[in-house]
Design a protein around this ligand. Structure first.
Ligand code: DUC
Ligand code: ZN
Ligand code: ZN
Length: 463
């Protein structure tokens, strides 16, 4: 199978130029002007962008959480991803008690293989840090192809600071990267007690119980552990102005604190928690949505390079049946998470590029090229000869109104219902195969269930 994409604007993280892109099999084979090659499929791309497929390095597919499961599995979740222009996901793989990292990886692989429509990898999430698990990190980095490891500073499955220090030491030795959900669990616990005594239990108090200071403190502590060990760390879903200031402070001193943010923190504010009739529950995620000040500062951090990636934290629970499964009386029992895997690229383009907050080249960096480099996805993230043909032919003028019924995620709402988008994928390729295309007023999945493969990633090489 071969594809010739003719006359599009190839967007890279450092610049853009008009060219033809020729794909043969899984790979990008040639890039040039007026290429004289025959292809099975020819795409006229004048006026369109040729982008590397987005990589979502933060998803929770088919994950057990808060007494239920995140609702998208590897089939519905990756179909939605493909329809949004996401061509790889790196999903969190929560280690169960007593499991080795390899067992956790093989268990989740069995769940994903035969279902995923795009390529995938995993970040093992260390929840049971037995000495033999710490010893296993080297193998996970060098042999299993999973060089990044998630730890939580909150939730029942959190790790303590000693464990984080040990993980930082080991990953530093072998080329690994620790990713951290940074919130101070005791500050949150105390705020929960105070709000319970006051009878303040609506979704608004979810946000107030997980105040900016809880994120700020945890980042400070994590950063100090990095300073102590000389290692590096990646803060997932950074949400607050105060958290970003901490990240900057470390980075200005040459300490490798990297950070990701998510579309929800770049586009929505805590005002959403005030929506009536339990609607605020739709936005109950951790960390919570913040104020406009934080939102504005996150865009500046993205533009200036203090934030290196944008990911979704896709963890969907339907409004009816899941967000209310434990009643409507207490924010603490609402399953935490929101859908977003399908709306990543369109939101970054509309809210970022069209509104002049970032360039299209920076968008490519934070969604694809930088993400591939951060997480060792050596074959992904750039439209250059030799890489996997994970390509989005993107129409920067195409309008789309975000509407739940036109999306593919297995959930009954989207936080961006009614938002007007400018710029949508025309065609999406995953390793040279068409997986999604624009069709009338929405994206249509045209790929093959189960074609996605597990990708072994390379050790961290610096960023
Ligand atoms: N936060 C969420 O909102 N959902 C999944 C896990 C997390 O950390
Ligand atoms: Zn998290
Ligand atoms: Zn998450």
């Amino acid at each position: 199978m071969s594809v010739l994409i003719k006359g599009g604007l190839v967007v890279t993280s450092t610049g853009s130029y008009t060219a033809d892109v020729y794909v043969e099999g899984d790979k990008i084979k040639q890039i040039g002007t007026n290429l004289e090659v025959k292809a099975d499929e020819v795409v006229a791309a004048a006026g369109k962008y040729v982008l590397p497929g987005a990589i979502d390095p933060h998803t929770h597919l088919a994950m057990p959480f808060m007494g239920t499961y995140s609702q998208d599995d590897f089939e519905s979740g990756t179909i939605a991803a493909a329809c949004g222009g996401v061509t790889s996901v790196v999903d969190f793989d929560l280690q169960a008690k007593g499991e080795s990292l390899l067992e956790a990886i093989e268990r989740k692989k069995a769940i994903a293989l035969g279902k995923a429509v795009i390529d995938f990898s995993f970040h093992p999430a260390v929840t049971d840090p037995r000495p033999e698990v710490i010893d296993e990190l080297k193998k996970a980095i060098e042999e299993y192809g999973t060089p990044s490891f998630k730890v939580f500073m909150v939730y029942d499955f959190r790790v303590d600071d000693y464990t984080m220090i040990r993980l930082l030491e080991e990953t530093n030795k072998y080329g690994g990267l620790v990713q951290v959900h940074a919130e101070n669990v005791y500050m949150i616990q105390r705020m929960n007690e105070i709000f319970a005594e006051e009878g303040n239990l609506s979704p608004w108090y979810h946000a107030k119980s997980r105040a900016n200071i809880a994120e700020e403190e945890a980042i400070e502590r994590a950063g100090k552990m990095v300073e102590m060990t000389g290692s590096r760390i990646y803060i997932v879903h950074l949400s607050s102005l105060e958290g970003l200031r901490k990240v900057k402070k470390f980075r200005d001193r040459g300490i490798d604190v990297f950070a990701e943010t998510c579309p929800q923190y770049l586009t929505l504010t805590e005002e959403r928690y005030k929506e009536p009739d339990w609607n605020g529950a739709k936005y109950v995620m951790s960390p919570p949505l913040r104020s406009q000040n934080s939102l504005d500062e996150l865009w500046r951090g993205l533009r200036g390079g203090d934030l290196q990636t944008v990911a979704t934290d896709h963890c969907p629970f339907s409004f009816k049946g899941r967000k209310d499964m434990n009643g409507k009386d207490d924010y603490k029992v609402i399953p935490n998470g929101a859908p977003g895997i399908e709306t990543l690229l369109m939101l970054l383009h509309t809210e970022g590029v069209v509104r002049g907050r970032i360039t299209k080249e920076r968008m490519v960096d934070v969604l694809s090229t930088g993400t591939a480099r951060m997480f060792g996805l050596a074959e992904k993230g750039e439209v250059i000869v030799g890489k996997d043909a994970d390509i989005v032919v993107f129409d920067p003028e195409q309008k789309f109104t975000i509407t739940q019924s036109r999306l593919h995620m297995n959930v009954d709402y989207t936080p961006w219902e009614g938002w007007e988008m400018t710029g949508m994928p025309s065609v999406v390729y995953s390793r040279g195969k068409r997986v999604a295309e624009w069709s009338g007023d929405r994206m249509k999945f045209v790929g093959e269930i189960g074609r996605g493969k597990f990708v072994k990633r390379e050790p961290f090489e610096g960023f």
